[in-house]
Design a protein around this ligand. Structure first.
Ligand SMILES: *Cc1c(COP(=O)(O)O)cnc(C)c1O
Length: 390
C-alpha cells in the first residue's frame, strides 16, 4: 500500500525535532552535527536568533498580500541584491526550480523581443541539476531525471561537462544562452575552474548570447564570496538563486541585468507567493549577515581549515576516500566505498552529510560553523571511516 506521503524519497531513519546552530536534535535526544544544512539551505544554521526574530516579527505583522500590491520587505531585499551584485533587477520565487523556469523564459523572451524568435536553444552540461520541473529536467537532461516524463520541453542542447572543443561548434543561430552551475552540486561538487568561467564569458560575448548561472546551491556565501562567479571576476546576464538565501524559509530569485530582463514586462510572469513578506523579511536578515566582508573572510578561513583536515582524513583512509574537491564550505569527498555507506555510517557517529552523484559525499555545513565544530565533524567522519573497516 502506498504511503500517505508520496514515496519519492528514500528517507533516512532519522526524525529531527529541533535545531541549534550546526546541531540537529533527534526525537530520541541524540545530537547530530549537521554538515548538510538541509542541502545548503540553512546557511546560518538552525534557529539563528536574527532570522527567528525577523520571521516572528513579520509573522505578527503580515504574512501575505500577493504581488498585486507593493511589498516593502521584497523591495528592501531586491535593493540589497541589486546593490551587492551585477544585477539591475530581481524576481522572487519560492524555490530554485521556479527560478530556473523564469531564467529560461527570460532568455527566450529576450531574443523574441529583439526580433530573433528562432534563438530559443539553451546549452547545458552533463551532470548539471536545475530542478525538477519540466523545464528543469529538460535542461539537465539526465536519464535519471527525465525517464518516463516525456515529451520533454524542447530547446535544450546538452554538452559533456568540461569538453571545451564541443562548446564553440554547438553555438548556432538558434542559441539563446548557456546555462551552467559555477560549482556543480548534485553532480558531485565539481567546480568550474575560474579560467573556464572566464572563457565561457568571452565566448558568450563573442557570439552575442546570454550567460545564465545557476547559483542555487553555490551562491549566498557558500564558496566564500557572496556569489561563486565573483572568484572568476566575471558576471552573468541572468542568475538563479535559492537555497541559502532564505536560510531555511522557502525563497528563491532570479537576478538579471536591465537588458536581459527587458522582455519581462507587466503580465509576462508572476507568482502568487513569490517574494512574500515572510520570506523576504528572512532573506534580508540572511543577506545582511552573509554579505558582510568580515563574515565572508571568516567563511574562507574556516573553509581552509576544513579542507586541510579533510585532506588529512582522506590520506589516513585511502581505502574509503579518494579525494577532496570543491570551493569554500561546499566540499565533496569522492569515495572508494559506496558514498551512501559513508553517509549512513555517519548517522551512527551523529554526523550528517549528503550524498551526490559521482560517488561523492557532500559537506555543506552552516557558514557560521565554529572551529571546534569543524574539528568535531572531522573526528566523527574519521570514526565513520574507521567503522567502515578501512
Ligand atoms: C537545489 C537546486 C535547484 C532546485 O532548487 P529547488 O529549491 O529544489 O527547486 C536548482 N539548481 C541547483 C544548482 C540546485 O542545487
Amino acid at each position: 500500500m502506498i504511503t500517505s506521503v508520496l514515496p519519492t524519497y528514500n528517507r533516512a531513519p532519522l526524525t529531527f525535532v529541533k535545531g541549534e546552530g550546526a546541531w540537529l536534535i533527534e526525537a530520541d535526544g541524540r545530537r547530530f552535527l549537521d554538515l548538510g544544512a538541509g542541502i545548503a539551505v540553512n546557511a546560518l544554521g538552525h534557529a539563528h536568533p536574527a532570522l527567528t526574530q525577523a520571521l516572528t516579527d513579520q509573522a505578527g505583522a503580515l504574512w501575505h498580500t500577493s504581488n498585486l500590491y507593493h511589498i516593502p520587505q521584497q523591495q528592501a531585499l531586491a535593493d540589497k541584491l541589486v546593490q551587492a551584485t551585477f544585477a539591475d533587477t530581481v524576481f522572487f520565487t519560492n524555490s530554485g526550480t521556479e527560478a530556473c523556469e523564469l531564467a529560461v523564459k527570460m532568455a527566450r523572451k529576450y531574443w523574441y523581443d529583439k526580433g530573433q524568435p528562432d534563438k530559443v536553444d539553451i546549452i547545458t552540461f552533463s551532470g548539471s541539476f536545475h530542478g525538477r520541473s519540466s523545464a528543469g529536467i529538460a535542461a539537465a537532461g539526465s536519464e535519471k531525471m527525465t525517464k518516463g516524463f516525456g515529451p520533454l520541453l524542447p530547446g535544450f542542447v546538452h554538452l559533456p561537462f568540461a569538453d571545451h572543443d564541443a562548446l564553440e561548434p554547438a553555438i548556432t543561430d538558434t542559441t539563446a544562452a548557456i546555462l551552467m552551475e559555477p560549482v556543480q552540486g548534485e553532480g558531485g561538487i565539481i567546480p568550474v575552474p575560474d579560467q573556464c568561467l572566464k572563457g565561457l564569458r568571452d565566448l558568450c560575448d563573442q557570439k552575442g548570447i546570454l550567460l545564465i548561472l545557476d547559483e542555487v546551491q553555490c551562491g549566498v556565501g557558500r564558496t566564500g564570496k557572496l556569489f561563486a562567479h565573483e572568484w572568476a571576476g566575471i558576471a552573468p546576464e541572468i542568475m538563479m538563486v535559492a537555497k541559502g538565501i532564505g536560510g531555511g524559509f522557502p525563497l528563491g530569485c532570479v537576478l538579471a541585468t536591465e537588458d536581459a530582463a527587458s522582455g519581462m514586462t507587466a503580465g509576462t510572469h508572476g507568482s502568487t507567493y513569490g517574494g512574500n513578506p515572510l520570506g523576504c523579511a528572512v532573506g534580508c536578515a540572511v543577506l545582511d549577515i552573509v554579505s558582510d566582508v568580515d563574515f565572508l573572510a571568516d567563511v574562507n578561513r574556516k573553509a581552509g581549515l576544513l579542507r586541510q583536515k579533510l585532506e588529512g582524513l582522506v590520506a589516513s583512509h585511502p581505502d574509503v576516500f579518494e579525494t577532496v574537491r570543491g570551493a569554500g564550505l561546499m566540499l565533496g569527498i569522492k569515495c572508494k566505498v559506496a558514498c551512501g555507506d559513508v553517509v549512513s555510517g555517519g548517522y551512527a557517529q551523529q554526523v550528517i552529510t549528503v550524498p551526490a552523484a559521482d560517488n561523492t559525499v557532500r559537506l555543506l555545513p552552516p557558514l557560521n560553523i565554529t572551529d571546534d565544530e569543524i574539528a568535531t565533524a572531522v573526528d566523527r567522519l574519521d570514526a565513520t571511516a574507521t567503522a567502515l573497516g578501512a
